[in-house]
Design a protein around this ligand. Sequence first.
Ligand code: 8YV
Length: 312
Amino acid sequence: MMPLVMEQLENRFTLHKLNEIGDRDAFLAEFGPRIRAVATGGHAKTDAALMSKLPKLEIVANFGVGYDTVDAAWAGQHGIVVTNTPDVLTEEVADTCLGLLLMTVRELSASERYLRAGKWEKQGPYPLTHNTLRGKTVGILALGRIGKAIATRCEAFGLTVVYHGRNEQKGVSYKYYPTLVGMAEACDILISVAPGGADTFHIIDAEVLRALGPQGVLINIGRGTVVDEGALINALQNKVIAAAGLDVFEKEPHVPAELMALENAVLLPHVGSASHHTRNLMGQLVVDNITSFLSGKGPLTPVAETPWPRKG
Ligand code: 8YV
């Protein structure tokens, strides 16, 4: 957790830091019975095993809009509220996504490597790119808040936007595809904004990549687990698709050597929301959720599994 979060929580509450204590079991045995709120983020898991050791737990405030590391269904069943950090990061992540899209389609990072290696002067201009954004259709997987901000930017770039998700959305003018394979067949660029978790695990598989086709480009700004990374490596090696731009990976921070070796992959270290501006807003929302909740005013941004006011 960033200093902004730690300082405010330390000033307002009694703060125990699980990550700084070597013996997890001893920590939980000593402090677990008193913990009312958990602030968490990154790759730390707040699962049933952890929450069941915190009998007074009332709220889990997750740093990040994605909360696949928190067992929100279990929390909901046990009267624990889970909050995330939506909205404050939407535009930043959409900006990053468009940057990654341009880098991938127009080979901007490869051409910069070419310049820095002194090849422009020695060997002449960087080769023309096979791919372009001109005349292309973008398929967005999961048209939520971030997906819509990406779609708006894509429209400004003159791209046709279509989408796939669990349901067709009212009031959305983009064409809806009821199946992911159907959308992959129809679009040139597949952008995944889908959250992680069991429901989306490996839904972008070999079949979807084949449907995307040899001119196709995959951009993943959501969660790495949505893509079958082995199938993607195979598809990139064998030109089943043209290229991929990835900000997220299956087992972060590990990035497979096979991906690192590929010229047709642009790889970013999960920087979608990673500016001081946006991360400060996310951190503040973690603090504000806990403060509001513990002062009896309810959570500010509860997740769908733990609605507020409570149902029933
Ligand atoms: C953060 C993210 O990098 O919000 C999310 O879901 O993936 C990112 O904004 C991550 O949550 C930091 O823990």
